[in-house]
Ligand binder design. Structure first.
Ligand SMILES: [Zn+2]
Length: 113
């Protein structure tokens, strides 16, 4: 079994609708979306997936320099974002195993099915 691991950075603003009982102040994060895609075999080029194609696809779904509360109708917690990105990636790469959304250098949420 092979596994491709890709990371894409993006920066966005958000606030949580309820944190300790109140809406948070708007603030930003430098997110890193880490994507793990499994492959049992290699293609005729002896690779799993094209790194650059994977990167381009992930970049097309991450909201760089956006206000997440305006982009999505869900509460943009790290958990909800990780699940949303997982489902977007699954459309193109059905073998996606998990995503890890790093909200800071020290904290991330991993989502898998
Ligand atoms: Zn935050």
């Amino acid at each position: 079994m092979y596994k491709l691991i890709a990371k894409v950075k993006f920066s966005s603003a958000h606030f949580l609708r309820s944190y300790k009982g109140k809406p948070e102040e708007i603030h930003g994060h430098n997110y890193v979306l880490e994507v793990h895609i499994k492959s049992e075999s290699l293609n005729e080029e002896e690779i799993t997936y094209d790194f650059l194609e994977v990167e381009e696809y992930i970049k097309s779904i991450v909201p760089d320099r956006k206000f997440l509360n305006k982009v999505y109708n869900f509460n943009p917690t790290c958990e909800n974002l990780a699940k949303f990105f997982f489902n977007q990636i699954k459309k193109r790469y059905p073998n996606v195993e998990k995503v890890i959304l790093w909200e800071t250098e020290n904290f991330a949420i991993e989502y898998s099915e």
